[in-house]
Design a protein around this ligand. Sequence first.
Ligand code: ADP
Ligand code: MG
Length: 627
Amino acid sequence: MTDFFKLLARNRLALAGGIVLAAVVLLALVTPLLPLADPDVTDTSNRFRPVFSEGALLGTDHLGRDLLSRLLWGTRLSLAVGFAAAIAAATIGAAIGIIAGYYGGRTDNILMRGVDMLMAFPYILLALAIVAALGPGLFNALIAVATVNVPFFARNIRGITVGIANKEFVDAARLSGLSHTQIILSEILPNVIPVIVIAMSTTIGWMILETAGLSFLGLGSQPPQADLGSMLGEARSALISNPHTSIVPGVMILVIVMSINLLGDGVRDALDPHLKSGALSRPMAATRVARQSAAPKPAGNGLLEVRALESQFHVKNRVYRAVGGVDLYVEKGECLGIIGESGSGKSVTALSVMGLVASPPGVVTGGAAYYDGEDMIGAPYRRLRDMRGRNVAYIFQDPLATLHPLYRIGDQLVEAIRAHRTIGKAGGRAKAIELLKAVRIPNAEKRISDYPHEMSGGMRQRVGIAMALANDPDIIIADEPTTALDVTVQAQVLTILDDLRRSRGLAIVFITHDFGVVAQLCDRVAVMYAGRVVEEGRTADILETPRHPYTRRLMACVPELGGGKRRLEAIAGLPPVVDNLPKGCAFAERCLKAKGECRKGDIPLVSDGTRGVRCLFPESTSREAAE
Ligand code: ADP
Ligand code: MG
């Protein structure tokens, strides 16, 4: 809740709207206590006195009534009617929406067709018809305004409810024996209340205007009672000769509606989780690059070479050092594994190379990524776009999230091909089928017109790989592509990748948290911890003699088939939070061998060319000997 107010207060316009609205509401609340003239007493000898005349701060109207007094009393009435109408419309509309959405079927049909009937009439005509039927009067105007707004709420809330009513937690509530009423009150309602509040905050202003409109036409408040609309209506005949009688209530309506709308938009932005997470600030096309120092030169070993890469997230006034100086390289046809616990910066490293980290909040603050000698980090966006997919391709973890749900996979493959070259319809189809065959999707000619939801997880991931292959890249970065798959399918996908590497000379950067996968696929491996490489070397060497205590402990977490009764160890503690990294070794907190020196200064990666380790007291024995 405090978060909500903080977010709201950050939005200057909403804050201003809130303050103005609060002032107006306060004024309306204390009106009976103020020493005001009676708003309804006429004094025709003092008609149309101008603003700032003695005894009448805002002048008088055509019957000599004090405008200031009428304005304040009128505002009070208009606000009350507007809020009452909004609450009535929201309550009734939400009730209809929830019931229709929750029960569905015939109930839904009957209720929503009724709502549709209301919606079939033009808005204001319907309100006029209702008042005409009920007779003029402020209360009837309130009923009319509330009624015409019910459909808006009913439809909105029904849509949300339908989505929620089929969720697992509602099924669970049903299974636990709760009644429909209990489920609606305890499971559905809390989930739709934010939506109701948002819908209300954005429509109250509109309802106040509508009420004023009806009063303006003489169908709302009846003389001598003042509300803002009727004041405007009465002032109409003197619009030219005595404009202040119109301007006074007009400005008040403007101020109220404006402030409510500004506040309402702010409330919506602060409550809606999508907007809150920054959907309003569009991410840049490529990650922002703000290097503190000149890019390091390539050392010339490898097709892709990452040098001293640093990426951070700047969120409010905190700096998350997700990647803190990573060096990697991969040669043509080689497979490099990047391994580490969740949150160790593997994905951010890979995404930074491609300029795919969302900015804001992501920033690359240092380092370089050379593809064939060309720095991708500093490359202009057009060049980067050229290289993405054609030179360096990416396979994402969750294929369901990366495939468009509404397009056939064939069309999506053709789209990926078209991004880099022009190809005809038949040619595109042929190439797509060829790609599907390359990733061993059986019956490719038929499968090409499947939608993503018609495929299994393994099949979808194959499509993801096919897409990465679409433009014959030299390097594929695969970010945990098999994590969502079961072991048999994982093995198949790994085999496909391995074959592709051999047949096409592909270089692969394979991100994983699974040493088994590394052993099966990778030539070399880099172990990451808290945004840095702590150990690197040839896979066989590292598996045989892990030298960093972290690597060793990570391996001890992997069960081995036929490994006997070895105890599986979890690494106690959690990785450090990257906005507050400890001095010295980031792993020291969890390391059994840590000494005082480990917590002092920066610890360099000591490398002999093939093998590197970032530890003051590396292990020297082989793994078997240690156990
Ligand atoms: P993984 O190794 O599991 O792929 P990531 O590279 O995704 O880890 O994340 C590295 C670190 O960056 C994590 O500590 C994570 O909390 C942080 N991080 C990632 N995205 C953001 C973000 N948008 N804002 C702040 N921190 C982030
Ligand atoms: Mg990741």
